[in-house]
Design a binder for this molecule. Structure first.
Ligand SMILES: *Cc1c(COP(=O)(O)O)cnc(C)c1O
Length: 361
């Protein structure tokens, strides 16, 4: 059996709204449909303001600009996150400072973070990988005391919660991607959320060439109206899809009975969105397990993207800072698809393969 790691969603209202937008004869990013999409985003995530942008990477760049991060500054970021989270930092000629994660989750380790704080640090980025919650509440409190803004890269964490609230409630700005593989998918796209009016205004200006006034700096990062239309319709389905993901994950977990394998630890009062299920081989390297699953057609994001701590890539070698927990975390896990397109028969199949795994073979 071959399990697909991609969920392809289709709803006939996607076509209806896209047709309506084409008929409106206004397809640019200043269309009223983009405004409507932003209002729906803000309302779904219980945030005051939303800014639709052309990608998740653009969202991070726009957010860093609004937070006043400039060339020569430093930004602290987890060493266990995707390349795309760091590239916008590089593009702004800002220095990424890699921070270790916690031993059992992808949250920044506060003890390590404390060593890195300096007047040069202008922002901190937290990346809750595969939609597993991190303790953004304590991180936010700590950074508030030090007057450093928190940027959350929630590209994989639509719907992830802590204390019954979306993680985005705890970031000064939260950035999301709506790339075709993400939980809210518009093909390409992204958005930023904030409760702060001044940050919202700066972001709206930056994505429209700095208001074209020749005073402020800006580029074109607007989301096109057609993408916004797809988002307007698909946002209606997110809650139902999250529920299905969680049901699939729990169905599978209930069937897994292999002492070497368990679910990645969920922090207290945290709720994952099950963008994927993460399994851990605990103190063993998961490579052997991943290769085994691969032979039986069960894909892994770790394998697909060659996920490893960032300073192991040539691009970031010069920023090397040994991060013990991040290294261990990224080596001892694998991801399992539990998206709404996965059938019960596939869950049963995966459970069976996982249960037959023997680390010594
Ligand atoms: C997908 C992703 C991005 C980049 O989003 P794009 O829309 O592809 O630019 C950034 N950060 C994380 C954590 C992602 O998963």
């Amino acid at each position: 059996m071959k399990i697909s790691d991609k969920y392809t969603f289709y709803d006939k209202k996607d076509i209806e709204i896209v047709t309506e937008i084409i008929k409106s004869k206004k397809l640019s990013g200043t269309s009223n449909f983009v405004l409507e999409y932003e209002q729906k985003l803000a309302s779904f995530f219980e945030s005051k303001h939303a800014v639709a942008v052309s990608s998740g990477t653009a969202a991070i760049q726009v957010a860093l600009y609004a937070l006043g991060v400039k060339a020569g500054d430093e930004v602290i970021i987890s060493s266990a996150c995707p390349l795309m989270s760091v590239v916008p930092i590089m593009e702004l000629k800002v220095k990424p400072v890699f921070c270790d994660t916690n031993e059992n989750d992808f949250g920044l380790n506060l003890n390590d973070l404390k060593k890195l704080i300096s007047p040069k640090v202008k922002a901190v980025i937290e990346v809750p990988m595969w939609g597993y919650p991190t303790n953004v509440i304590d991180l936010n409190k700590y950074l508030k005391r030090n007057n450093i803004p928190l940027l959350l890269d929630l590209a994989q964490a639509h719907g992830t919660q802590i204390n019954n609230k979306h993680l985005s409630n705890y970031g000064d700005i939260s950035c999301f991607s709506t790339h075709d593989r993400k939980i809210l998918a518009t093909g390409e796209g992204g958005f930023c959320l904030t409760d702060k009016k001044n940050l919202y205004n700066k972001m709206q200006s930056y994505i429209k060439f700095g208001g074209m006034n020749g005073i402020e700096y800006g580029l074109n990062f607007k989301l096109a109206a057609l993408q916004a239309g797809v988002g307007i319709n698909r946002i209606n389905f997110i809650s139902k899809q999250l529920k299905k993901r969680s049901e699939n994950a729990h169905y599978l977990l209930n069937k897994i009975n292999n002492e070497k394998i368990s679910e990645f630890k969920i922090i207290k009062k945290g709720l994952p969105n099950y963008y994927t299920l993460i399994l851990t081989t605990n103190n063993y390297n998961a490579k052997h397990f991943m290769d085994y699953l691969d032979r039986y057609g069960i894909p892994s994001d770790i394998k697909r993207y060659n996920f490893k701590v960032l300073y192991k890539y040539p691009l970031f070698k010069k920023y090397l800072r040994k991060c013990k927990n991040s290294e261990k975390l990224s080596q001892n896990i694998t991801t399992i698809p539990v998206h709404p397109g996965i059938k019960k028969k596939e869950l049963n199949y995966m459970a069976n393969i996982i249960n037959n795994y023997n680390i010594n073979e």
